[in-house]
Design a protein. Sequence first.
Length: 183
Amino acid sequence: DVEADYRNAEAMAALLREKGIPGTFFAVSQLVMEDRDLAAALLAAGEVGSHSPDHTPLAGLGAMDQRLRLRRGWSDAQTWTGVEPAGLRPPEERFDDNTLQAWLDAGGEYVMGVNDARSGSPEIHRFGQEAMVLLPRLLKDDYNVFVQDGAMRTDRLTEAFLEGTRKLRSIGGFAGLTVHTQI
């Protein structure tokens, strides 16, 4: 997630390129729009998606409000990078059916976020003849470990990632690893 301290994403992009691992960077567009060099660095390491224009949680907002916000987030990401964004990572991972429909209407293809442990596999949400893919985040992320769990050492983060990865591998689930630029 490219949020506060967004320039830190450039170091992550360089590390991913060095290791040959593709990444997806979900950016808060109001923070990054003027930084064209960052856009180029992130695209060189993978894809850039939307983390919304302003990091306002989406779940519970009306359908029209979400449609406007997510269309702006899609448009901002496309303007910033020159590439149409496929993915959305909703702020605070809070989303509802209106979010999924609004991202689909904006031109998006998938949403990445928690699915309340319903499944370790991607979910398909149908809207008429169209569908939105939800990529579940089941691994604890850096925010969960450091902020919510109160861990103070990076070895606890490593332990949490490895524990979650082992569990997901045993069930054949999708393992999406999430980190934040400010952490």
